[in-house]
Ligand binder design. Structure first.
Ligand code: SAJ
Length: 417
């Protein structure tokens, strides 16, 4: 099989770094993206997302002509689908996966498919999605044969290979992480392994498509369940007047115990989303996974109650909220519990609210409109009578080490003090 031309559908947080890394290995890469602004930015050698060092790689591969962004699909040897798979918010508390971006991607590439092509779905997907993708493509291209669950060779090869990179370390992890590869048939898996071997240094482990889909959902659910355990412990410890951070440190001295960190809730677009795909597939069976989601989602209400009680102690409460991002040392506000807490406090009007976020140049408009002030750490610590640590950014940890928090009432949801 030749892999001279690779097409990446969706140039977001996963697609763009993937396209850039493959292009840097000398292959010719076309990125297909619906957002014209993103296409223009990339073709100018720049990036529209935040990821360390990605700008350098993109600038270099665009200048050599190895990466080109377009809005319509072109023929290629390999197609990688890296489009979003969110869930649909509904009033009845159900969380159904929204697969329409994958369906759209299938419609985009179907007209340009040729015999021998390899199609890889990298988007995190509910079990059965890779088979659905094969069905959508087969419907659009009755002239080609698509793989069934047998070893038979077909015109088109399809596999699922979930991305597993950590935001902030994407370029390194894209190359060094092991990859789970689940072809619809054995020959699809073999072709996908040969392709990934061109740029992945980690091991490529073969399974079937359904197991590969479930493996990704399992990894993120494992973390969610373990964070829920830590969050539940933190609430229990408050009630029993025990320092949860000391407790976890002690318990983790046991050679087979490794408790994760409590926090204000679980944010981001992965761990807070993927477990719902398992719950949606098996609502009767996935009890623990569902409860973990609910426990983590509820944690920010608990923090709001703590802050409200602290504010009640002051005639004129001035509350400094440290951090808005969904985790340390990034600027990403998506599904951020810290942001949700600040929004709710502003709605509840419990006092003067100031926010510190060293990774942003200004506050999001809607927070400013709600009366939240934006300031830097020293000023916030000077004027606040309640300080809430919502994110463990390095700037806050340094200040905590220097005991700058000593003079005020502190609610430390991240255990930095
Ligand atoms: N968090 C805690 N306590 C902890 C660890 C994390 O409260 O002990 C919170 C964080 O503050 C954050 C959230 O959980 O709000 C998620 O952060 P994270 O750093 O654990 O994960 P993500 O969302 O940045 O990336 C995850 C990774 N998955 C796993 O570690 C199993 C990454 O490898 C995946 O590729 C990514 O999800 C994804 O795309 O699914």
């Amino acid at each position: 099989m030749s892999f001279e031309k690779v097409s990446v559908i969706g140039l977001g947080y996963i697609g763009l770094p993937t396209a850039a890394i493959i292009a840097s290995r000398g292959m010719s890469v076309i990125g297909v993206e619906v957002n014209q602004k993103a296409v223009d930015t990339i073709n100018a050698g720049k990036i529209h997302i935040v990821e360390p060092d990605l700008d350098i790689v993109v600038r270099s591969v665009v200048s050599t002509g190895n990466l080109r962004a377009v809005t319509t699909a072109e023929p290629a040897d390999v197609f990688i689908l890296a489009v979003p798979t969110p869930f649909i918010h509904s009033n009845d508390d159900s969380h159904h996966p929204d697969l329409h971006y994958i369906e759209e991607a299938a419609k985009t590439i179907a007209p340009v498919l040729e015999k021998g092509n390899l199609i890889i779905l990298e988007s995190t997907s509910p079990v059965g999605t890779t088979e659905k993708l094969a069905d959508w493509l087969a419907e659009a291209r009755p002239d080609l044969s698509f793989p069934q669950n047998s070893g038979d060779a077909a015109d088109i090869n399809i596999a699922h290979c979930p991305e597993r990179v950590l935001p902030g370390h994407v370029l390194q992890e894209l190359v060094s992480n092991d990859r789970v590869i689940g072809g619809i048939s054995k020959s699809c898996s073999d072709k996908a392994v040969t392709f990934y071997a061109t740029f992945v240094r980690g091991e490529c482990i073969v399974t079937n498509a359904r197991t590969a889909e479930m493996a990704k959902l399992t990894e993120n659910s494992f973390r969610d369940v373990n964070i829920a355990f830590a969050n539940e412990l933190s609430v229990i410890c408050d009630k029993l007047k025990i320092n949860v951070w000391e407790l976890i440190k002690l318990a983790n001295r046991h050679p087979r115990v490794n408790i994760l960190n409590p926090g204000p809730g679980v944010g981001g677009h992965c761990i807070a989303v993927d477990p719902w795909f398992i719950v949606d597939s098996c609502p009767e069976e996935a009890n623990l996974i569902k409860q973990a989601r609910l426990t983590n989602d509820h944690k920010h209400f608990y923090v709001i109650e703590q802050i409200t009680r602290a504010a009640d102690e002051f005639k004129r409460p001035v509350i400094a909220c440290l951090g808005l991002a969904f985790k340390a040392d990034i600027d990403d506000l998506r599904e951020s519990p810290a942001l949700q807490i600040v929004e709710q406090l502003a709605k509840n009007k419990i006092g003067q609210l100031i926010a510190v976020e060293p990774n942003l140049r200004s506050l999001p408009e809607h927070l400013l409109r709600m009366g939240v002030e934006f300031t830097h750490l020293e000023h916030a610590l000077e004027i606040a009578n309640v300080v809430v640590v919502l994110v463990d950014h390095k700037e806050f940890k340094t200040a905590a080490d220097k005991t700058h928090f000593a003079a005020t009432m502190v609610i430390d949801t991240r255990g930095i003090i």
